[in-house]
Design a protein around this ligand. Structure first.
Ligand SMILES: [Mg+2]
Ligand SMILES: [Zn+2]
Length: 196
C-alpha cells in the first residue's frame, strides 16, 4: 500500500492457464501459446485506463525443471509481446520457490508463491498500485485467494484449470469464460470505485 496518496488501479493476471496454455516448464515465450483474443482484451483494458501486471508461480525452478533465467525469459517474453501489441504492462513477477522441495536455493515455503500475496505486494509497492481498486484474475482458487490476501478483488476464468473449480468458487467472485470477457466486466462497473 502506498502511503499518503492513492496509487493507480491495475489488473493482476496469472500467466499459465489464464493468458496462455499451460504447457509445463516453459523456457521461452511463443505467441502461439496465447489464448485467442487475449491481446485485444488487454488492449481494451489499456484503453480504459487499466494497466496490467503479471504474477506467476514457477515452482519448476525449485524442482530443477527450469532455470531461474528461463522462467524469467518466458515471463518477460510474454510481457514484451503484450507491450509491443500496445498493452500497458506495469510489471511482472514470478515465484521460483516450491514448498515440497527441500534442497537448493528455492526450497521451502516463501511469502510469494500464490496463494501468498507476496508477488502482488511487491508489484504494488514498485509501481504505485492501489490494491483496493485492483483485481486479480486467474484460473485457480490460489489466484483468487492471493487476491483476497493482497486486498484486491478476484475474478476466476474457466480456461486452464478454471473449470475444475466450478462449484467451489467463493461467493461474490465473478466467473468468466476467459480473459476476453474482462472488458465487459469493467464495462458493467465491476470496479466499485473510480478507475483510470
Ligand atoms: Mg494458472
Ligand atoms: Zn516464492
Amino acid at each position: 500500500m502506498i502511503e499518503g496518496r492513492r496509487g493507480r488501479p491495475a489488473v493482476f493476471l496469472d500467466r499459465d492457464g489464464t493468458l496462455m496454455r499451460d504447457t509445463g516448464p516453459l523456457a521461452a515465450f511463443h505467441p502461439e501459446l496465447l489464448y485467442p483474443g487475449v491481446a485485444d482484451a488487454l488492449l481494451e483494458l489499456t484503453a480504459r485506463g487499466l494497466p496490467v501486471a503479471l504474477v506467476t508461480n514457477q515452482g519448476w525452478v525449485a524442482r530443477g525443471a527450469l532455470t531461474y533465467r528461463e522462467a524469467e525469459q518466458a515471463t518477460a517474453g510474454l510481457a514484451g509481446y503484450l507491450e509491443r501489441a500496445g498493452v500497458r504492462v506495469l510489471g511482472w513477477a514470478f515465484c521460483p520457490h516450491h514448498p515440497d522441495v527441500d534442497t537448493g536455493p528455492y526450497a521451502g515455503r516463501c511469502a510469494c508463491r500464490k496463494p501468498e500475496p507476496g508477488l502482488l505486494l511487491r508489484l504494488a509497492m514498485r509501481h504505485g498500485i492501489d490494491l483496493w481498486r485492483s483485481v486479480m484474475v486467474g484460473d485457480n482458487l490460489i489466484d483468487v485467494e492471493a487476491g483476497r490476501r493482497a486486498g484486491t478483488q478476484s475474478v476466476i476464468v474457466m480456461t486452464g484449470d478454471g473449470s475444475r473449480h466450478r462449484g467451489h468458487i467463493p461467493e461474490g467472485v465473478p466467473v468468466l469464460e476467459s480473459v476476453c470477457d474482462l472488458p465487459r466486466l469493467v464495462g458493467r462497473g465491476f470496479w466499485a470505485s473510480d478507475y483510470g
